[in-house]
Design a protein. Sequence first.
Length: 269
Amino acid sequence: MKKIYVVLISMFLVFTGSAAWADTIDQVVISEGPPVIVEITGTFACDDGARAPFTLQTSVENKIMIQIFTNPAQECTAQNVPFTINEEIVPPEQGSYEVIVLLYSGVPGKDDPVVLEDSAKIIVKEEVTALVDINPNTINLKRNGQFISAKIRMPEGFDLENIIPESFKLYIVKDNDELTEEWIPAQRVMVDMFDDALNVKFSNQAVLSLIKAYVSEFPASVKFLVQWQIQGDDTIYEGTDSVRVINPGKGKDKNKDKGQGKGKGKDKN
């Protein structure tokens, strides 16, 4: 699943003539697509009913510029009039990209369009999903192993040699689909060129501590998420896998307190 994050870096005022119109870009939202639609909402501080915004779009590598041109208001017959523009874009096939939105007062060929130096700049980071397999499939909270492993298969066309080892992070996905505040760094990252996969090792004790901090009842299905990056690319790569977690010690204590049989204790674990 592809996730897109939009960050509005700045907004601006447009000046025309001797009057200052507080025309603003209020929000920019980019859909996942396809098609990928940029929805731009803004406000004309003063409107005479004929401002009629239209766009010009240009793309260079990973930068997409959307220029919005409007007729200058000849007189202010209405104030704080909202406007919405939907612009279809074609993002690069891989990696992150930038969308730059500029709002002008004036129409090319008719006026001298005016825009301030500030602009609305949207940084879009694409999270590319990869196949992640956490091992072991069942984690015993009493285990004494050294590592919890994640075998990762990247989408085709990626050079595994460009992986940034220190960028690997392991989270737990909470019930509300948010990630835990704490994360665990990778201890080892190995490239298996024969299997075209990555073998990433996380500290066993660190993983168990994270589970105990966020999971209260066992047995439980725990969903892990692994994130990482590649050199020269702002894209966030990620993958998830769910494993079963058991706590035999806790199960035995419960059975002892309730006087339950051995078989039922096993079922609960």
